[in-house]
Design a protein around this ligand. Sequence first.
Ligand SMILES: Cc1cc2nc3c(=O)[nH]c(=O)nc-3n(C[C@H](O)[C@H](O)[C@H](O)COP(=O)(O)OP(=O)(O)OC[C@H]3O[C@@H](n4cnc5c(N)ncnc54)[C@H](O)[C@@H]3O)c2cc1C
Length: 355
Amino acid sequence: MADLHDWLTRNAETLDQTETLNDEVLPALAAHGCFRAGVPLTLGGEPGLHGDVRDAILGIADVARYSVTAAFVYWGQRSFIEYLLQSSNSALRDRLLPSLLDGTLAGATGLSNAMKFLSGMEPLSVHGTANGDGWTLQGKLAWITNLRAPRFVAAAAVAPVDNSTPLVAIFASDDAGVERSANLPLIALRGSNTAAVQLDNVAAPADDIIATQAPEWLAHVRPAFLGMQCGMSLGLATAALEKAAAVAAKGRGQLSDDIAAARQTLAEHTQQLLDGVADGRFVTAAPLMFKLRIAIADLVQQAVTLELQAKGGHAYLMQEEDGFARRWRESAFIPVITPSITQLQAALAKHAATQ
Ligand SMILES: Cc1cc2nc3c(=O)[nH]c(=O)nc-3n(C[C@H](O)[C@H](O)[C@H](O)COP(=O)(O)OP(=O)(O)OC[C@H]3O[C@@H](n4cnc5c(N)ncnc54)[C@H](O)[C@@H]3O)c2cc1C
């Protein structure tokens, strides 16, 4: 891992501010076995501390300490892998898993719209018409990350036009009717291959269906999806608090108690997240996980603020820049990752009203 940490340290700014390493980040992560974390050994996984998705959460957190862009690519790829692990379509899993694990194929997750749909916030943006052997897809995914050349596969939730139960299907970049936009001009995370995708009469045969019953399947996969996203926050908060503590230790001691308290809270939230993902409680008690995701996002804001306060005016000096400005920009992404804090608050309010 030291090699990967070195690579990330050298390239974190480039990954955040340019598209020059778009092609390199996925292979760099794959070369260190990242996508095998938490995958069963029989399916090509690597042994880890827990042997399940918790290893991927911790792996993403580890990468996010150095670069949230790289952690986000890791999240997209590993989430797609998780969908296959949790799919009953074993033929699809066997077909795609080896090239996803070794990073020669990129996997993208277009499920933010689906997660909003699950919380009753918006309709699905991809529609499907049954065509005898599966579905014909039509629609648009406005934001989707890890759309790496030369070829990617992506997952989307599909609303059948006959109003039957939504499903989750995959499509590939070389399928007829798939049109990827240019990379979106982002203020940060620019090395993440994030673009929009238009689907025009794209064939999704039965072989390419991840789940025939999207609501039930999405509720089941959501803890892993959300848990891995929280991994980005955990890593970023860890990095900012490490920097804050290092500065405070050199004289700005006034903040030491606040920094120590934030680190303690971070450790507690991490444990709650790992325990909840492991014991399945977040499947049945989604509000518990939503509250934890909000608390972890708050902690990220607190952590970067503590880093800023510990450094004071020095945080503004170019010659003393050590990644603070990037972490500050990266932290702006945390509240808007699906499900965004706004979406979670709306879902919690709705839940409270039904109690
Ligand atoms: C860099 C980047 C990469 C991304 N990558 C992916 C990806 O790989 N896969 C993916 O699926 N998504 C991706 N997204 C999408 C991301 O997850 C969305 O930003 C997220 O869903 C937030 O949605 P939103 O913009 O509607 O903001 P929200 O925080 O949900 O909402 C903003 C405001 O709009 C209101 N609002 C939201 N929805 C509605 C609605 N339906 N009707 C009325 N008001 C509404 C809210 O109440 C709030 O006031 C990416 C986004 C970014 C910035």
